[in-house]
Design a protein around this ligand. Structure first.
Ligand SMILES: [Fe+2]
Ligand SMILES: [Fe+2]
Length: 185
């Protein structure tokens, strides 16, 4: 799925302001990503040992990202997202299924998830710039390059174009998109 409908970020009416929501959704998303790469590593260690260093480097990036968001959440008395555990379990499951489909499955998963993530990060940055929330802006901006890098590596290894993995990419894109929107409500 290449053309994902793009969600607009705007001010909301709830008790949490939109920057706080963005931070909690991203924090939960990083936990999802950590679990994707954890389950993929679990399978790769058995079946595809050559992929272990790459997947481990992704995992370390995601752990660092989660801490970055958590620091900023705490600095503004924010909260953990209600979908934190859903992200974790969903991520672990997606990672596991994709890894059982082999290395192209892993790369299709990476490409699909990170593409949705990068779209959202860009939209969040656009919103936060208009809001003049410099701390939230620089927090989100600090992970963008890593996520683009993850996406491009996944795409480069055949995760983007292999037709047999279309249904996997679509399911993963839709799940990721739904979880993000659910978290922003
Ligand atoms: Fe990340
Ligand atoms: Fe990532």
């Amino acid at each position: 799925m290449d053309a994902v409908y793009v969600m607009k970020y705007r001010d909301g009416k709830g008790s949490l302001d939109t920057p706080k929501k963005i931070l909690k959704v991203n924090h939960a998303g990083e936990f999802g990503a950590i679990n994707i790469y954890r389950s993929q590593l679990f399978i790769a260690k058995i079946l595809m040992p050559d992929l272990v260093p790459l997947l481990d480097s992704f995992l370390q990036d995601e752990k660092r990202h989660m801490q970055i968001f958590w620091n900023e959440i705490q600095a503004r008395n924010g909260v953990k997202c209600k979908s934190f555990w859903l992200c974790g379990i969903g991520g672990y499951f997606m990672g596991l299924v994709s890894a059982l489909l082999g290395r192209k499955g892993i790369m299709a998963c990476t490409w699909a998830v990170e593409s949705v993530v990068v779209n959202h990060l860009n939209n969040q940055l656009h919103y936060l710039k208009g809001k003049h929330d410099e701390m939230a802006y620089s927090t989100v901006a600090s992970v963008l390059e890593d996520e683009e890098n993850h996406r491009d590596i996944g795409g480069g290894y055949g995760g983007r174009d292999n037709i047999w993995y279309g249904p996997l990419r679509l399911s993963i894109s839709v799940f990721t998109e739904v979880v993000i929107r659910f978290g922003m409500r």
